[in-house]
Design a protein around this ligand. Sequence first.
Ligand SMILES: C[S@@+](CC[C@H](N)C(=O)[O-])C[C@H]1O[C@@H](n2cnc3c(N)ncnc32)[C@H](O)[C@@H]1O
Length: 211
Amino acid sequence: MNLYSFMSVCYDLLDKIWFSDKGRNPRDVIEKLIPNRACTVLDMCCGTFSNGLPIAKKNPNNRVIGLDRSEDMLKEARRKVKSADLANVKLLCQDATYTGLESESFDYIIIGLVLHECNEMLWNRILREAHRLLKKDGKLIILEWDKQRAISRKIKFAPIYVLEVLGNPKYFTQMYYSDKSRFFESYRFQMLEQYECNYTVVMSLRKNGYN
Ligand SMILES: C[S@@+](CC[C@H](N)C(=O)[O-])C[C@H]1O[C@@H](n2cnc3c(N)ncnc32)[C@H](O)[C@@H]1O
């Protein structure tokens, strides 16, 4: 039993409390980055499918795969997919460091709110797997917590900051304060765009060396 066994039923409160403020909701930004054409989307470490679900609803032409190692988080994801009656979704219980999926088979890969929970070894393994799975002209979309400037936002973000620091003291701050372009460059991804959102940043990247 891990943290997400307890959190799966209340995880979506995160979106209601932090992402629905006036400002950009990161889930909406991610959804808009993916067009409704015949393409494959992998929501890697999908949790309750907060990124994949709105995409699958908006884009019936997409094939959306959600992958997570927590059966409890996937149970919530399955409930949401069933109630939306979606035929273009597949949910897999797998480890993101070794998915067993075919190389270069995805047009878009989303990794949302995961990397700040990892250590150096996991950054390496998850991003190496994402690099392997992404098509040459594919896009990697990352959602991560962002540094807050306004005092009111610092205060509202404080509980998350404290919990994340306590949960992963060394690597959370390393990820949080990192220069994201340089960080992803060292894992063979090039930054294309960054979108400032509520408490978070959404980044669009491509594999290095491909146009
Ligand atoms: C904070 S949640 C993020 C969920 C979702 N991506 C989002 O944007 O809200 C982190 C998720 O990553 C999953 N996870 C962490 N490491 C993983 C790994 N190595 N393989 C698969 N899933 C993993 C956890 O089970 C959890 O569901």
